[in-house]
Every structure is written in C-alpha cells, then in structure tokens.
Ligand binder design. Sequence first.
Ligand code: DGL
Length: 269
Amino acid sequence: MKEVLSNKPIGIFDSGVGGLTVANAVHKAFPNEQIVYFGDTAHLPYGDKSADAIRYYSIKISKFLLEQECKMIIIACNSASSAAYEVLLDFFKEKCIFINVVDPLVKAVIDRGFKKVGVIATKATVRSKIYKHKIEALNQNVLVNQLATPLLVPMIEEGFYNDEISDSVLNKYLGDKRFKDIDALLLACTHYPLIKKEIKDFFDQKIEVLDSTDVVVDEIKHYLLKNDLENEQAKKENLFYVSDFTKSFEETTKIFFSEKIELRVEEIW
Ligand code: DGL
C-alpha cells in the first residue's frame, strides 16, 4: 500500500500560472517527484475574489487533483491558502496531506526572532489578516504590518520588472510608513519572488526578504519523510492543467518556470 501511494504525484494549485514559482521550487528540490499542476486561469485573479468564492474553487480543484491520485496537495496561492486551507482540511478529512504557503512563512518569522515584520500580498490575503493572526498568536511581541499591493501581479505578468515602472510602483508601496524600521518583509504572493532583488535593493539589502519558495520546500520534505511518501520509481512526466487556455497564459509560464511547459485545458466546473 505504502509503495503505491508514494509513487503518486504531488498536486499543486494556484489561481493561474504564478504558482509555477512554487512548482519550480518543488521541481528543483524533488527532481524525482511527478507534479500535477492546476492553474485556475478561468477565475483569476483570486486576490480580488471573496473568501467564499476562493473556497468553492479550491474544493473543486482539490477534487480534481485527488482524482489524479495526488499523495499531497500544495496550495501554492497565498490568497487560497488564506481563505481555503482550513476548509479543505475539513472537507477532505484525512484523504490527503494539504500544505499551505502561509504556515512555513509564519514559522520562519517565529524561529528567526523577527520583531517588526511587513507583509505585502493581494487584497484577499490582507483582508484575511492571516499572517497577523498566526504570528501574533505564537508571539504577541512581534508587530505585523500588512499592505495590499494589487498592482504587482499584473505588473509582473506584463513583464514590467527591473525597470522604471516597477521602480516607481515599488517606491510607492514600500515607502509606506508602516514599513518603517521593519526587520523582515514577507512576500506573500506567488508572483513576488520575481521582484525580490528589487525589493531588497529598495531596503538597501538591510532587511530580510522572505517568500514562500524559500520555506515551503522544507515543509514538503518533512511531510514526505514523515509519511514515507518519497517516490521510488522512475519519474513520470509533469502535467500542467489550466481551466482556460490562451496563448498568452502559455507565454507567461516562461517567467515563472525554468523549463518549457505545455498547458492542457481541463474543464472541471
Ligand atoms: N496567486 C495569487 C496569490 O498568491 C496571486 C494572483 C491572484 O490574485 O490570483 O495570492
């Protein structure tokens, strides 16, 4: 039984193709694991959706990934991790291991003893106050200041980074007074790893800048080992599904994943 399950794929889902930053980190860290990715391109952006809508989409997608017999499901999207993680645990009970991208970042903040932390994310993640609640529940002495930065996702997807446009948008957002004297900034969105260097430069490299791809891999490793789930067979081909296909989505995958990807359309609604 164990052998059968361990050779099944790791499911990863996101609102679109941005979650490929997480898929890429998983692909690099666990080259022997097959990935089945689902990007809900028909419903993006999740950052502007209600928590209920995000929960509904997340349940549908998880059902699809369970039909693909995934041994573990990674919620790569911060907005979905914030809104739907608890609901997925509840809905699917013990059927599968779910990993969200919020808890590993929260753990890193606590372990590393930061005292004043900034969070930038989508409107949905900020509205949930999930980082604030989780960090302050573990250590009341950590101050968490968050800001919704909704321009960053379209800016990155349209290729505006490392240029004067991203410079001016970042100056406006990161210059906000709530980020004065922070010792760490959490990049709580799938897309932000792509502008990490620019963000570090804004702070003159003086603060720690953390994103999910830095920490989620350790969490995955922990669960694979703990449950004896490492793949022992020859690796199967990674599969990438989207709920709506356009050539432009396929083009955009290039900026998030290190290898060329072919998108398959899957109607799950
Ligand atoms: N994937 C989303 C997140 O990490 C960003 C894009 C969106 O709003 O759908 O929150």
